[in-house]
Design a protein around this ligand. Structure first.
Ligand SMILES: [Ca+2]
Ligand SMILES: [Ca+2]
Ligand SMILES: [Ca+2]
Length: 180
């Protein structure tokens, strides 16, 4: 069972994915996310880079639809919570949910592929996820646990885990998608 605190964080995630703001997730939202990320990275359409980005994001959507068991192409907030709860309740959830998500997220955010996320890269993500640069800077300070000036992969993994599972209001990972 998800706690109210977990639901609040997951609603934040839902609102970010609901890119057109119509209150449900559809493939259109994920296509808008692809377009925005492609614009940020100056990917031309068509190009191999664009296709790779598109197949990752749309692949993630297809998986969501399959597991949420929706048959009208729309995922509501309550279905989203059910999906997250189902994913998090399996003994394989870490491998099935957190690991792949961390790879996708790292790949999306780390635009120069040097295995470290800088504040500038994180701000680009914020622009895509509709939170502002001040909020991004505030979150980044919390997420850079060792103060190295970067979010390393191990830090991101831990934060993603806490984002989904932690009920501790002080866990830095709560901030991975900005204010919630
Ligand atoms: Ca939508
Ligand atoms: Ca980087
Ligand atoms: Ca760090």
């Amino acid at each position: 069972m998800l706690s109210e605190f977990q639901k609040r964080k997951l609603k934040r995630n839902f609102d970010i994915f609901d890119f057109d703001g119509n209150g449900v997730l559809t493939q259109d939202d994920y296509e808008l996310i692809v377009d925005n990320l492609a614009k940020l990275r100056n990917y031309q359409q068509p190009s191999p880079e664009y296709e790779q980005l598109n197949s990752k994001i749309i692949g993630y959507w297809s998986e969501l639809v399959k597991i949420a068991g929706t048959n009208n192409g729309e995922v509501t907030l309550s279905e989203w919570w059910d999906y997250c709860n189902a994913m998090m309740s399996t003994s394989y959830s870490y491998e099935k949910l957190i690991e792949p998500l961390s790879h996708i997220n790292f790949w999306l955010i780390d635009t120069d592929s040097n295995e470290k996320i800088t504040l500038a890269e994180y701000k680009q993500l914020a622009a895509c996820c509709k939170f502002n640069t001040n909020e991004a800077a505030q979150a980044f300070t919390k997420l850079d646990l060792d103060g190295s000036g970067f979010i390393e992969k191990q830090e991101l993994l831990r934060h993603l885990y806490d984002f989904f599972y932690s009920n501790n209001p002080e866990a830095p990972g709560n901030w991975i998608l900005g204010p919630f």
